[in-house]
Design a protein around this ligand. Sequence first.
Ligand code: MG
Length: 259
Amino acid sequence: MKFTRFEVNSTIHTGVIEEEKIREIRGGLFGDWEYTGQSFSKNEVKQLAPLVPNQIIGIGANYVTAASDLPETLPEIPVFFFKPVSSVIGPEDNIVIPNGIEQIKFESELAVIIGKEAKNVSESDVLDYVFGYTVGNDVTAPQFFHNDGHWTVGKAFDTFTPLGPVIETELDPFLVNVEAKLNGAEKQNSSTELMIVPIRKMISYLTNVMTLKPGDVILTGSPAGAEMVHSGDVIECEIKEIGTLRNTFTASRVDVKTV
Ligand code: MG
């Protein structure tokens, strides 16, 4: 099933996509919902990020370029970081490059959406807590990574987390490719089998640290090929089974303040 959030006549709705039609639903995405009986055509609505996340957790540097490069032992403490919910935008929205940032890159990623509260969940059970999957772009300004290794600022600017276009609930996350096209040219295209910390291990590990809640989004890392971009560039992050998340980079006139 493909869930979407969309705006029409300044009102926000949730629905299920069936071919070119969106059937509106009411109720909680992660609980009980029902069809309202109303439907919209896809081209009369503006699609939004498919959810307002509860929180966003990313994993750093999580892909190798070839299966033969996969390490025999996994990192003892994987590099996780948080992105603020205020950085989320939807399909076709602009990614704003703050003035004074010369280096900004896209990172196309499979985003996991948690549907049930999860604490101390084993690897074998972890997918029971997943509601579905969307595409994420973990936009990053590496010049704002702190020398001490903290990534928060470089990941946190407004518009730095495009999500969408839909939540696909029937995806096999182990059988998809994560792709990105910059101005139409392919830059990323890797199977999720090239993840260093695989999805089950990643989520199980996180549930041993923190209680995951419905609406939590986990960005599972970006394949080789992410590049620096400039104002005017168009980035399309894609997982074929979910859809294409397309955004344009634009320059801001607002300076980034120093402390
Ligand atoms: Mg990333």
